[in-house]
Design a protein around this ligand. Structure first.
Ligand SMILES: Cc1cc2nc3c(=O)[nH]c(=O)nc-3n(C[C@H](O)[C@H](O)[C@H](O)COP(=O)(O)OP(=O)(O)OC[C@H]3O[C@@H](n4cnc5c(N)ncnc54)[C@H](O)[C@@H]3O)c2cc1C
Length: 371
């Protein structure tokens, strides 16, 4: 019998499985497709606190940013991890004011030192090629980047090397109680476990339904483009959000990876699981990138993809025990790449030691239990 089964082989499931194993548990991962095929290999590569809502999400990302170097050092690849910083670029007094207000709120979250506000000249000291209309910026040196695909593959390799058993093509269709255990029916057969962790990302709500728990996870599909390598235009990840109310469903992000490729994104399709690449989203992303870096007009695109973000309905990550279900846990992020390091460590502590870190108390799935 396997002691602990993790449903979902994305960043959150793999990190949880690895940390459980490091603490001595027997662990099995059931992934219905191939490892990383859900959303985790489709992320943009930002590990950003700067951009996060000033709630538990920001606390979790800060803790993850701190723990990431230690985790990476235990993997067999550095996954192109680097502390590159991030820069929000602004082109109106209204945007600057709004950013300052957000920064005040973010500073209330323990451990967040806040952004450094830059004037027109200071922005150009960091990104000389920025467009003329950009008049100010908010810079946060603590943010980082990592290659999402390499991180998924490294977690997978190190987890299996440490003894985690991973099954691909194992779609969990039924979960029921079998005495003191959980019994799962999957496309590759039945499994029994004492402990279950639902790390099924955008599909975690469907998995929770199988045990009668209402876990409100909103799918938000979105598209990303990757260019061919180009001469360096930026060290920090750069973001520009012309409509702060998000009515245009687009946040223009430019991350230049260590190999010179630009990761350009991203669009937001709320309520959608559709991972089609659309000409409209491609146009939106390319136009946005050239709006802040004119030199990117006509940049050659090498790859494009879309993925589905899992977003808990209240924009707070979900980590903890599901109330009323013995040894059944849920782990669903808001910014899963940024959160995955600490999420796995914290979930292993919750599962094996029983107590969530104080930072995670408000992340309990219990908040969604019917009163
Ligand atoms: C375009 C884009 C850019 C993004 N950029 C960033 C970024 O820069 N930084 C950041 O922090 N986040 C980013 N994200 C979000 C991030 O990618 C996700 O939060 C993260 O990948 C979620 O990880 P996960 O492990 O929870 O889910 P997933 O990676 O989706 O893993 C869940 C797995 O569960 C499997 N599964 C589902 N149902 C079942 C079942 N019944 N049985 C078995 N297996 C099942 C799925 O196949 C899937 O592989 C981005 C997302 C998108 C779409």
């Amino acid at each position: 019998m396997s002691e602990c089964i993790v449903i979902g082989g994305g960043l959150i499931g793999l990190s949880t499985a690895l940390h459980l194993r490091w603490l001595g548990a027997s662990v099995r991962v059931l992934e219905r497709a191939r490892i990383g095929d859900g959303t985790s290999t489709r992320a943009s590569g930002w590990i950003s606190a700067h951009l996060r809502t000033p709630n538990e999400l920001l606390s979790v990302v800060l803790a993850s940013l701190e723990y990431f170097p230690e985790l990476i050092a235990r993997l067999d690849d550095d996954c192109a991890f680097g502390r590159c910083g991030s820069l929000v670029v602004l082109d109106s007094d209204a945007q600057l004011e709004q950013r300052r207000l957000l920064d005040i709120e973010q500073r209330n979250v323990a451990g967040y030192g806040g952004a450094t506000f830059l004037d027109r000249r200071q922005v150009r000291d960091i990104v000389p090629g920025i467009a003329d209309h950009i008049t100010a910026g908010a810079y946060f040196a603590g943010d980082a980047q990592v290659d999402p695909g390499r991180l998924v593959r490294a977690l997978h390799r190190v987890a299996t090397g440490a003894g985690v058993i991973v099954h691909e093509g194992a779609d969990v269709s039924t979960i029921r109680r079998d005495g003191a255990d959980w019994k799962l029916e999957t496309t590759i057969g039945a499994f029994t476990a004492e402990t279950l962790v639902n790390a099924a990302g955008a599909w975690a709500g469907t998995v929770a339904e199988q045990v009668g728990f209402d876990l409100p996870i909103v799918p938000i599909a979105g598209q990303l483009l990757v260019s061919v390598p180009v001469p360096r235009i930026t060290e920090p990840c750069v973001i520009y959000q012309p409509d702060p109310r998000f009515g245009n469903r687009f946040a223009c992000g430019v991350r230049q990876a260590q190999d010179g490729r630009l990761w350009l994104g991203t669009t937001y399709r709320p309520g959608s699981y559709d991972t089609a690449i659309t000409a409209e989203d491609t146009r939106t992303i390319l136009t946005g990138a050239a709006t802040i870096f004119p030199a990117l007009s006509g940049v050659e695109v090498e790859r494009a993809w879309a993925g589905v973000r899992p977003v808990p309905a209240d924009l707070v990550p979900v980590y903890g025990a599901v109330p009323g279900l013995d040894r059944f846990y849920a782990a669903v992020p808001v910014a899963g790449l940024a959160e995955c390091a600490i999420a796995g460590k914290a979930m292993a502590d919750i599962v094996l030691r029983g107590s969530p870190a104080p930072m995670l108390e408000a992340c309990s799935p219990g908040r969604f239990a019917a009163s």
